[in-house]
Design a protein around this ligand. Structure first.
Ligand SMILES: CC(C)C[C@H](NC(=O)C[C@H](N)C(=O)O)C(=O)O
Length: 308
């Protein structure tokens, strides 16, 4: 099996020119890091975890350091991961003061009898697993303080359908043994209520992976994604014989027509085909396969280069 990895950096709009290059480089580096693991014979789960953890550490993306702030100015993060080999899954929601929620989600998957831990329980589990806590300021960037101020000032109330400039992160991969996996991580949406949980940690909404079909990671308006189970819905269409592009168009189209919800998806099939699709303004993405790196941010703008 020729390995494949696809990475996304959320549904974004109005990325300024100088930020764009920085975002593009981040996404490409994440894809390269994951692809290297796959080329060395590593697992799809390892590859998606590494790619997503890289973007959590990158301050430009809305996950880990760089997460958007809730109404109190705090970071609360959601993440999930799934192994398509046995449908094992791990998720955490509303976690604070840790650098890499995706690594904690993986520990939930592999070290507990459960698949989802939240808030204080997740924090206790992190402590037991030896995950270091970090001061909350370490996750907060100047840009996100300004963004929260702007959101409160300009809109007053939550207005979730025209978020600007964000960057939830996700990855899907197929490894040389034919196993697929996904990982998704986010700070959620700016000015959210304390305790708000979005689609990202919910298996079937924020992502899904099944070796018999493929893997998907989603981004976009969490409440809409939850209502249509965007990830599982898209893979259902694939199971029914649609191509990845057709399936993504159908499920994103359904979410838009039913709920006016916008979002994006990245997909890999069990055969190694891949696709990226979004209804938001743009979506930074990169895909690595057969020694080639494909990447883009805006519609109809794809570049292809050779991988190192
Ligand atoms: C406007 C959208 C496309 C921006 C997108 N947001 C999320 O993915 C939020 C996440 N699904 C949630 O609801 O918690 C982003 O961060 O890039």
């Amino acid at each position: 099996m020729n390995p494949v990895i696809v990475v996304h950096g959320g549904g974004a709009s109005n990325i300024s020119k100088d930020r764009k290059e920085w975002v593009r480089q981040g996404i490409i580096k994440a894809a390269e890091a994951g692809y290297k693991i796959l080329m060395d014979g590593g697992s799809a789960v390892d590859a998606v975890e590494v790619a997503v953890a890289f973007l959590e550490d990158h301050p430009e993306f809305n996950a880990g350091c760089g997460s958007v702030l809730n109404v109190n100015g705090d970071v609360e993060m959601d993440a999930s991961i799934m192994n398509g080999q046995d449908l094992s899954a791990g998720a955490v929601s509303a976690v604070r003061c840790i650098a890499n929620p995706i690594k904690l989600a993986r520990l939930v998957m592999e070290k507990t009898a459960h698949c989802f831990l939240t808030d204080q329980g997740a924090a206790k589990f992190a402590a037991v697993m030896g995950v270091p806590t970090i001061p909350k300021e370490q996750l907060v960037t100047e840009r996100n303080i300004k963004r929260l101020e702007k959101e409160k000032h300009e809109k007053g109330a939550l207005k979730l359908d025209c978020q600007q400039d964000l960057g939830t992160v996700g990855a899907v991969a197929l490894d040389c043994k034919g196993n697929v996996a996904y990982a998704t991580s986010t700070g959620g949406i700016v000015n959210k209520m304390v305790g708000r949980v979005g689609d990202t940690p919910c298996i079937g909404s924020g992502g899904y992976a099944d070796n018999d079909i493929g893997a998907i990671s989603t981004t976009g308006h969490g409440e809409s994604i939850l209502k249509v189970n965007l990830a599982r819905l898209t893979l259902f269409h694939v199971e029914q014989g649609k191509t990845l592009e057709e399936a993504a168009n159908m499920s994103l189209g359904y979410m838009k027509s039913k709920l006016k919800g916008l979002g994006g998806v990245i997909l890999v099939s069990k055969a190694g085909d891949w696709a990226v699709k979004w209804t938001s303004t743009s979506m930074p993405w990169a895909a690595a396969k057969n020694g080639k790196l494909h990447s883009g941010i805006d519609l109809n703008e794809t570049s292809i280069t050779d991988l190192p």
